[in-house]
Each structure stands twice: as structure tokens, then as C-alpha cells.
Design a protein. Sequence first.
Length: 429
Amino acid sequence: MKIKSLTNALLAILVILAVTACGQNSNNASSSGNGNDNAANGKVKLKMWYWNGAISDSTIEAAKAKFPNIDLQAEKLPSGADFLTKLKTTITGGGSGPDIVTMDSWISTMLSYNDKFVNLYDQGARDIQSEYLDWKWKMGTTPDDKYLIALPIDVAPVVLYYRSDLFKEAGVASTPEEFKNQVKTWDDYFNLLKTVNEKTGSQTATIVDIFRSLLGQSSEAYFDQDGKYIGDQAHIKSAWDSAVQAYQAGLTFPYSSDSEKNAAMNNGKISSFSGASWAVGDVIAAAPDTKGKWNIAYPPGGVGNQGGSFMGILKSTKYPKEAYEVIKFLVSPENLMVGYKDFGNYPSTPEIYAKPEMVNKNEFFGNQDLSTVFADAAKDVKVAHTDTRDDMVLNELTKALGTVDAQKRDSEKAWKDAQEQINRQLSRQ
């Protein structure tokens, strides 16, 4: 009886072990089929973070069709500071992130985290480097050019927007060709504005807008490569003084809100300003009564850039090769042209600038082909070294400069006070 009982107990144990083993095998199979790494159908799963307008949705759909072995899950997030904060939190260990991520012109702040990104040079990116604007490409590389954290998407060259009818009325350069040939420096531009103001009563944008435009054309900003503050030196003071000069000559529109400036553009009080390629839509929205009266031209003093995105791969991905093939496709010259057509993002690939598909005759701008001016400007952009503290410095400077107009403060006193405030804030960091 004892032997029979022992035998029955052993049989029961064996049955339990067999059932348990089957359950574990079933769970393992389920895990490999539906886990984070692969979809149930065996596709490679890649998650991508982007914001609305960073890359064309139709291009994303094209990528899904191009790579049937990849389950591309594109997650659209809010743009701006929230996006940057979420990305920084992720790469510093505070959360689970995507495989592919878009970045804005703040990409330089990511270079210190280059070890958190896949080095795209290791994936063969040097083979396509010649397709992109050199200055844009370098924004995504470490100073020694040994590490590339992202491929370029679009650029935002700054050009001059102006009322061609008012310029013609004033008897000054009024076609894009005339403007480029005759108005090469800021002094040339200020002299032209004096005539326009005398003949039509219109002005350019505000004292702060002039300052920002001048800064955007500089190859130096507020900090050098070693992080030393240089925002009190001649290249910044010169931009400050030129903006003050334009204000004192009565050439600038009073320092005011965006809504007031928009109204001034619509009623002819503002007849010109410097703006990025994406400002086309802003002008159309702000000044509907002026349809057909605007043009754009190559800007005086040189070309700055205000925006433009990139696409990189986080080091945490398990599929760097597949992810690279996807981003290379998304930012190819042909697909960037789709983005330009969809929402006006100007491509970073100059080989397509002369293609018939890039022609962009805009009725609001007198049927001018805007793409030819953007193409001309994009090739000449100057880019300064950037620093995480740039916004703080710019905010202090523009706040102080605005008071020169709004509160009639002495410009030298305002400059001195701004520098003291900047140094106080830097000392706390």
C-alpha cells in the first residue's frame, strides 16, 4: 500500500511538472511573438518620435510600404520645449524611449550626449554626406567630425520680405534681382529704408527684430567652443548699436506685440522685415489685404538660419541597421521634396533645388518663384556655436533693448544693465 501510494504521488508530481513546462513554453512563445522587440507577425518594431511638421506624414506612410519587414510606429508629440525635455529625460535614464527621434535646431545641446546616439558614420552615412548642405550636416557632428548623431531634414534660411509696390513707389530697388544687386550691406538697407519711409511713411520691423536678424548672420554667438561667455564683445555690441541706429533714424516700427505688428503689415505701416522661409505662411495670415504685393529677396549683410530639423537613432535600439535604413529613406532628397510640397519645409539637399518640382510660384507674392531665393540663401547660411545658456542671454539682451524704444532708455545704460544681469545669472549656474 505504501508503494502504491508513493507511485501515485510520483505520477501526480510528474503530471504537474509537465503541465507547468507546457505553460512556460506557451508563455515564452507569446513573449517572443508579442513583446517589445517584435510584432506578432515577426516584423522588426521601430518606434519613432516626431512633431507635427517635422517630417511629412505621407513620407512616413511611404516608409511603411518601402520596408514591409518593419513595423514603424510613429508617435507624434508636442513640439518645442516639451519635446526637448522629454528627450533629455529619456536619454539620461529617466524613461523608455524610441528607436528613432527627430531633433530641432537645438541639436547642438545633444552633442554632449553623443554616446546615447548611434554613430551614423558607422552605418555608412559618409556615403550620402555630399547630398546635404555642408553647414547643416556639421550641426549634427561632434567637433572632431568622428561622430554623427543625426541626418539633416530641412533648413530655414532667413531672407528679406518686402512690399514691392511700396518700394517701387519710393523709387528704390523693387525687384528681387535689383535688391540683391544693389542692397548688399545693412548700411545699404538703412539708406533704402530712409527713402521708403520718406516717400511712403512705412517702416521695417522693430528694434529687437533688427537686432535678432543681425545676430543671426554672425559666425559667433554668446559662448565660445570652451563655454566662455563672449556675449559682451564687439560682434554682439555692433549688432546692438546698428539696431539702435535704425531706431533713432525712425526706421523701425514701435516695439510692440505680434498682433500689432501683424496689423501693421496688413495696413502698410510695415513694408519689410527679415524672416525665415517658414514665415511665408505668417505673412499670408497676417496681411490678407496685401495679396500680390509682397516679394522676397536675398537679405542684406548675409544669411542666417532660424530652424530646421534632424533625425537620429538612440543607442538603446536593438535594430540600428534597420533604423538607419528607415531614416535614410525618410530624409532622402526625393522625400524632402515631398515635405516641401506638403508644408513648406525647405530641403537640406541642394541637388534638388533646380528641379522643376521645386518651383513654388506663390500668388500672394506676385507669382514669384520663392524657391529660387530660398535656394540661393540656403547655400550661404552662417551658423554660430550654440550653448544651452543662449536663450537666457538673448532674453536679457532683447528685454533691455526693447526698453530703449518702449521706455526711451539710454541705449548704453540698457546695454550695461543687461550685461550685469547676464553675469549675475551666469554666476549662479
